[in-house]
Design a protein. Structure first.
Length: 232
């Protein structure tokens, strides 16, 4: 059976709709809590795919949250071993950092449902289905595109929204995986950030109801296409 490791940083940011794509392909999924993980043991665990999920931290928080140093070392080992990687939000930023790219504050929060604009490389990638579907943005930092990788998408606020390196690495700044049926967990978990940013949770809740079903459909197309490309 194929093995997938899913590393999370907060409970409410899980695999979401990506779980269905993995289970349909016969993956056995191992859930790992990043902040409390045994990284030495994890480095020895078999994995055909590693998914690094989001969270409220940033790569600049490494000194305050030392587990991030161990997570970065684990990601570098996965990259060296050519283990397929999907990174989402913080996960994509950690992968970008591991590949030598910088991650820095954008100067503004990008929070809410909105479309992405695909680059030329993006239209020829697994993201091709996302031509008009609003995705969930929720970040204040952004990655540069790692050396050798392709920039796949942008928005008016952030020029780097997704990257791919070869057939085995996909980094997404936005939350393609979000299951809108559980958006309330996100709203409660991020209540302080929403209040600080002056964002009304009612808007996010309404948009989740409006776009959730379409986003789930497009997400499965994207994830399935990328998994096919990666030979999984």
């Amino acid at each position: 059976m194929k093995q997938a490791i899913a590393i999370s940083h907060v409970d409410f940011e899980g695999l979401g709709t990506l779980r269905a794509s993995l289970e349909e392909r016969g993956f056995e999924i191992r859930q790992v809590d990043g902040p409390t993980a045994d990284w030495n043991a994890l480095a020895q665990a078999p994995a055909d795919l590693v998914v690094i999920l989001g969270g409220p931290l940033g790569v600049a928080d490494e000194a305050a949250y030392p587990f991030l140093s161990k997570e970065l070392a684990f990601i570098k080992r996965c990259l060296a071993d050519k283990i397929p990687l999907i990174g989402i939000c913080l996960g994509a930023q950690l992968i970008a950092t591991s590949l030598g790219a910088s991650v820095a504050p954008m100067g503004a929060k990008e929070i809410g449902f909105g479309p992405i604009e695909l680059t030329q490389a993006g239209t020829a990638s697994a993201l091709a289905a996302l031509t008009a579907t609003p995705v969930l943005h929720w970040h204040g930092d952004a990655f540069d595109i790692p050396p050798g990788a392709s920039n796949l998408a942008q928005t008016a606020i952030g020029k780097h929204q997704a990257f791919a390196l070869g057939k085995h690495v996909l980094g997404l700044q936005f939350h393609l995986e979000v299951d809108a049926r559980f958006i309330e967990r996100w709203l409660v978990g991020n209540a302080g950030e929403l209040a600080q940013a002056g964002i009304d949770p009612k808007t996010l809740r309404a948009d989740a109801q409006r776009y959730g079903e379409e986003l789930a459909t497009m997400a499965q197309i994207v994830f399935d296409t990328w998994l096919d490309t990666a030979g999984l």
